[in-house]
Design a protein around this ligand. Structure first.
Ligand code: ADP
Length: 162
């Protein structure tokens, strides 16, 4: 078991500044952060899993301590397979809590050696979510404060064509 790796799982459809904030803060604590895109999140997603992995890789490829992968099936199985112990998750409003609590309990019951660690959102990202970004983007609003420039370009292509 590697204590120095954290797995940061999610849909990342698309990756936002809120996600980036958690990743950067995670790298202050762990040697390696693996961003794990859930491939079961393909349904109803705007970006395919391949597009999301590509997008996140382009955003992070300068950092050798960051890896981008996909997983399907049970998250804990993937965490064990990667010989990691820690699942990193972000917490925003109280509304995140109920679901995250259930998920963490379930994962811990299925696999007691795996711990979920929560990082509180930075206040400026407290109301930022991928769905809000997609909604504002679809309606033609300015999303430059919410996502890296590269993601904004990818979103614009999705909504208006290249
Ligand atoms: P999921 O479908 O697994 O919730 P998301 O891509 O929405 O995937 O989120 C992945 C992780 O990032 C979750 O732990 C979520 O709480 C966290 N997260 C998302 N947006 C923010 C934000 N603005 N600040 C902090 N954490 C965030």
């Amino acid at each position: 078991m590697n204590r120095h790796i954290a797995i940061y799982p999610g849909s990342f459809d698309p990756f936002t500044n809120g996600h980036m904030d958690i990743v950067h803060r995670g790298l202050e604590i762990f040697d390696t952060v693996i961003i794990a895109v859930a491939s079961n999140s393909e349904k109803n997603s705007l970006f395919s899993v391949v597009e999301r992995v590509d997008m996140i890789t382009r955003l992070t490829d300068h950092n050798p301590r960051l890896q981008v992968e996909t997983f399907d099936g049970l998250l804990v199985d993937y965490v064990v397979e990667r010989k990691a112990r820690v699942i990193l998750r972000g917490l925003r409003a109280v509304t995140d809590f109920e679901f995250e609590f259930q998920l963490a309990q379930m994962n811990h019951t299925v696999c007691p050696q795996v711990e979920t660690l929560f990082m509180m959102t930075s206040p400026k990202f407290a109301y930022l979510s991928s769905s809000i970004v997609k909604e504002v983007g679809r309606l033609g609003g300015d999303i430059s404060q919410f996502v890296p420039p590269l993601v904004r370009e990818d979103l614009q292509k999705k909504f208006t064509g290249p």
